[in-house]
Each structure stands twice: as C-alpha cells, then as structure tokens.
Design a protein around this ligand. Structure first.
Ligand code: UDP
Length: 375
C-alpha cells in the first residue's frame, strides 16, 4: 500500500511559525509522506520564517502581488492551489488558522474531496468584522475540515456551538511549540539574535515597550490613533518603544508622518522570529494588535495590551495577562501608564503561564493525522 501523502499548505508569517513544528512532527512520523506548499501570500515575512525553521517548500506558488485585492488574491489562491493539488494528489491537506490561503486551500481540497485537517480550529470573536476577514475564513474552514485541532477547550466549545463535534481534538496551540524550539535554538546559538545589539544602548536604563501594529481593521484612523499614542508614551522620558514595522504599505507612511525621528522610538523593519522572541523576552510590556503575539506574551510572562476591540483569544484576558485597549489613543496611553507606574498592576499581569498550550501540540497533531490515515 502506498504511503499516505500529507500536503501542508501555508502562505504567511504566522502560519509558517505555527506550522513548522507540525511539518517537523509529521516528517518524524513513520509511514507518512509530507510535502509542503507555500502560496507566499506575504513573501518577505514568510521567507524569514522558512530560513529560521530551515524549511524548504516542495511547491512555491509565489502568488504575492503588490496592492493585491482580497478578491484577486482569493481567486489566484483557489486556482493555484487547486492545480497544485491536481498534480500532487495528496491524501490529506493540512491548513492553519484563518488566512485567505487557509480558506482557499480548504475549498480547493473540498472541490477534490480531499480531507482537510485544521490547525488552530475554533477561534471565534463572534464578530464577522473583527478580525476581518479572518473570522469568516475560519468559519469556512470549519465547515469543510474533517479534523479540527482546537488549541484550547474554549475553542472546542466554540466549535460545539456551531454543531462541529466530530473530529475535534484539543491539542494546545503549536505557537508554544515554535516558541520553545526557537528559544532553545537561541540558547544554543546566541549570535542568532545579535542583530538588535546596535540599537540596545538607546533603551539602556529605560523601560521597554515592544510594539506591533498591522491589523486590517486598524489601517487608517486606527493607525493614526496608535501613532499618536506612541508619541505620548515616548514623551514620558523614562520609556523607550521598540517597533518592528510590518511591511504593509499602509503602516510605514503613517508612522513616518506622526512619529518622525522621535529619539525614544526605535522603528526597525519586521524582525525575524528569533529576534522578535528575544525582544519579547526583554521588554517590560507589549502593545500589539497581533493574534500570535497575544499567545506568545503570556507564555513569557509579559503583559500584553491588545489594540483591538474584541479578541478571538479570550484565554489571555481570562488569565489576566492580556487586556483590550482598542485602537484608542487615550486608552492606550492610560493603560500603558498604569502598567509602567503601578508595579502591583504590572506584576498582576506579568505571570508566566501558558493558557494556549504546553509545547507538545505538534506531536499530538501528527499522531492524530497518522491515525486518521490508517482508518
Ligand atoms: N513576529 C515576528 N517578527 C516581528 C513581529 C512579529 O516574527 O517583527 C511574529 C510573532 O512572534 C508572531 C507572529 O509574527 O508569532 C505574528 O504574526 P502577525 O502579527 O503578522 O499575524 P497574526 O498573528 O496577527 O495573524
């Protein structure tokens, strides 16, 4: 009997971070053939992770276009992935999360009656416009997938509310696997993260706030409010902000116009994953609208203020490590000041714990996929 063939499909930085542990675990599972297909929906950021994880994709569709609309991107993904599946003829498709790539891959697989395994299933904000369009992408994938790897019991319960109860497994989030693997690599090879050293003297002796901002919902007015808040925080004098800037062209120019060359704000291009993890481990608190950062910060005991009105990751809020502040200038400034000025408030949020996983999720997922291939 031929070995079952698993095609793992991804296209963006967060998917690559959360899937490289799964690819490794599948590759280590006897009796399976593992192939990887990248769409390169976000070329540069994806490549950063591929390098760090030493992952060479078997198929690279290289579908990124400058200024791509969601319609055009989705259409190209669907046809490109469908053609790749026709050539590969996989027995299973694995997708992660909520991107256009994950949604289009699930749909192309469904058109070919190929079963889909969904990593990070069941995240729901309950609002189809936040995060947009990810909330709907997730629901589409859930309606197609045969295996649903929910990171937490909360995520499994969200699936149950949509009557998705078969093939649901609570595995933990593979982001914790990626984080642990990367921290071990940094420990073995500290030179891997020496790139920030040239900047570090700028925040020596100061409190450090790590900032990321790129969500589609925050582009426009939200980014302006965030930029103004950053300037007010930097004006305190005792605090430095480190801001790796997402390459989305709607982010940089706003920051240039409002932040300019503020001496207490260091803007750098998006950091590769080990550098970002090092920065996360060194900062006092995190200000971010990212999904993945909401999961990583608690695992490192860093308070994270989430610049969104709602989150599909309520576990960090429930555990007290994350707090929603919206893209609201005054709220951001107020909450950052509270954490910087009130040690008890900071310490209450700064408890290291991992509501999202124990670092063993990828192994569980690989075993469940292997089991499904045998039935
Ligand atoms: N990240 C990174 N470099 C950076 C900023 C973030 O490697 O400069 C990582 C971060 O550790 C997290 C992931 O990128 O794992 C989050 O990706 P992003 O915020 O783009 O997407 P989201 O998680 O919101 O879908």
């Amino acid at each position: 009997m031929p070995r079952p063939s698993i095609l793992v499909v991804f296209g963006t930085r967060p998917e690559a971070i959360k899937l490289f542990p799964v690819v490794r675990a599948l590759a280590a599972t006897p009796g399976l053939t593992v192939r990887t297909c990248v769409t390169a929906q976000h070329r540069a950021l994806l490549d950063q992770v591929l390098r760090v994880a030493d992952l060479r994709p078997d198929i690279d569709l290289d579908l990124m276009e400058p200024g791509q609309s969601l319609d055009r991107l989705t259409a190209r993904l669907l046809t490109g992935l469908g053609e790749a599946m026709d050539r590969e003829r996989p027995d299973w498709i694995v997708v992660q999360g909520d991107t256009a790539t994950a949604m289009a891959a699930a749909l192309a697989a469904y058109h070919r009656r190929v079963p889909v395994a969904h990593v990070e299933a069941g995240l729901r904000s309950g609002d189809t416009h936040h995060p947009w369009p990810e909330e709907v992408n997730r629901r589409i994938v859930a309606s197609i997938a045969r295996l649903h790897f929910a990171p937490t019991a909360t995520a499994a319960a969200a699936l149950a509310r949509e009557n998705v109860t078969t093939g649901v497994h609570v595995t933990g989030n593979t982001v914790v696997d990626a984080l642990r693997w990367t921290r071990a690599r940094i420990e073995a090879e500290p030179a891997l993260v020496a790139g920030l050293d040239v900047h570090a003297r700028r925040w020596a002796g100061k409190r450090l706030v790590l900032v990321t901002a790129h969500r589609r919902e925050n582009l426009g007015g939200g980014m302006v409010a965030i930029a103004r808040a950053l300037v007010r925080i930097a004006d305190r004098g005792d605090t430095h902000l480190l801001f790796p800037v997402h390459p989305n062209p709607a982010v940089g120019p706003v920051m240039d116009a409002i932040i300019g060359a503020h001496p207490a704000i260091t803007r750098v291009p998006a950091l590769d994953y080990p550098h970002f993890i090092r920065a996360l481990g060194s900062c006092d608190l995190v200000l971010s609208d990212s999904g993945g950062v909401q999961e990583e910060a608690p695992a490192l005991g860093k308070p994270v203020l989430v610049m969104r009105e709602t989150t599909e990751r309520p576990e960090g809020i429930a555990a007290g490590t994350a707090r929603l502040v919206g893209a609201d200038e005054d709220r951001i400034v107020h909450e950052v000041a509270r954490l910087l000025d009130d040690r008890d408030a900071h310490d209450a949020m700064a408890r290291a714990h991992s509501p999202f996983g124990d670092g063993q999720a990828a192994g569980r997922i690989a075993a469940l996929i292997a089991g499904a291939c045998r039935t």
